[in-house]
Design a protein around this ligand. Sequence first.
Ligand code: VG1
Ligand code: CO
Length: 549
Amino acid sequence: MHKIEIQTVPFTGQKPGTSGLRKKVTEFQQTHYLENFVQAIFNAIGPTQGETLIIGGDGRYYNSKAIQIIIKMAAANGFAKLLIGQDGILSTPAASCLIRKYKTFGGVILSASHNPGGPTEDFGIKFNGDNGGPATESVTDKIYSQTLKLNHYFTLDRQDINLSELGTHKILDTEVEVIDPVTDYADMMMGIFDFDKIKSLLERDDFKLSIDAMHAVNGPYATEIIEHRLGACKGSVINAIPLTDFGGGHPDPNLVHAHELVSLINEDQSMNFAAAFDGDGDRNLLLGHNFYINPCDSLAVITANAHLIPGYASGISGVARSMPTSRAVDRVASVMNIHCYETPTGWKFFGNLLDAKKITFCGEESFGTGSSHIREKDGLWAVLFWLNLIAEKSSQDSNTSVKKIVEEHWRQFGRDYFTRHDYESIDSSNAQNMFSELKEKLNELEGRKFNGLNVISADNFQYCDPVDGSVTKDQGVRIFLENDSRIVYRLSGTGTAGATLRLYIDQYDDNPDMEDNDPQKVLSKLIIAADEIAGIREFTGRKSPDVIT
Ligand code: VG1
Ligand code: CO
């Protein structure tokens, strides 16, 4: 077995987006494509000699092939130890947990998250640093500049190793250990939540739940935690076996892609709670019977009830949300007298705040919620938080429900109606033109009326990190209007075909109607105003969005 140096030429377009490099599988399959990016990571973060690296992914098509390539390259680049999830499986939260628990140098996570998988679908790769979080902008910039100049990479001439059996292998001077992907993560959850209390809730005859792993990575995690450790009956976790194409589905846990689960809970009178995750297990969709918990509200409810959960009972330091996320959590923070930070979209912006202990909880409207226990959003953590909360609340009210908890929250804090409209795979140059025009007229919008609504102010969001002072510009256009309402426009940084426009709309109501309250209806005037301001229909040629959440 030898270390070999392979000559290569740079690929343009290996710039990491919101969460790593995401491309079609076929693009990753080009000779040297993945290798170049991996060597760029190692060059950017090095020296790598003597370090330990975590490697794993969401099990999608090309996961195992990519892992074998990375193992050889990591060994050739001098890593002392590699910890790899069995069968190449690690959920994103579990990878973050392992990086922190074993105090490693970092991890390489293979995932395209909520994007579909399969030979013609998407693949992705990202690097997380020693805090367990996605590489910061300065690191991803370094990786990108390496991709533009490297001319060789290192690998080994050696056969693949068997990843389906636990155990240790020695390749060159590197120890490669295949570990159980679930145990450390499940143990960590037991240290945060009251498992006995949740167990008694799940034992009740009148409490039934369904957890949809969508044939993605969280299947084994949810089965171990929900069925084995918490004793939910067998079959409570559905679509539990990870498949390379997610069973042909779209592992994006929202009302559109998880519609089967939505019908399941709404049609079954006895079902009280349901949840789904995305491809890599970091997102969560939470449902009660005939009730959907908007992720923005979930973050607010979590913050308001932190004292009821053992892991947070001693107090929380602050909270953060991504800019497009509704301001529901801000209202709780203000009552609790803690700071609420507003960051650009993407979990990498929460890392510094968490490391500096400025925040305990953070979240995004895109079904991402998490805490200081790791440095990624965490789907199962959110589910366990809610189960623990329901269990606590039911000691005071045996008829409590998800709906009751959220409505009670709205009564106390008021409600931030929220919706996101996605226009997918639109023509990139049309999208660029729409944004250029919108940015050009930002200064003229103040004081003007659109669909009868007054614009109070407008800007292009920029963020100055309060910990390291770094400035990130051009993170989305914000229009603030009368009645405490807001319209936000940005382009997705995770797509692989054309451009995806995300339109976010929210409005506050301090005395919300609990019955007649469909956000699409409540926000309808703003939705029309959003089109008037930016000319969405005209630029995209679309009459309506592809996905509404
Ligand atoms: C989307 C979401 C963003 C999230 C990101 C990664 O990014 O909007 O909130 O952090 O996906 O999530 P974008 O740039 O497409 O809007 V995951 O679960 O796909 O890693
Ligand atoms: Co994800």
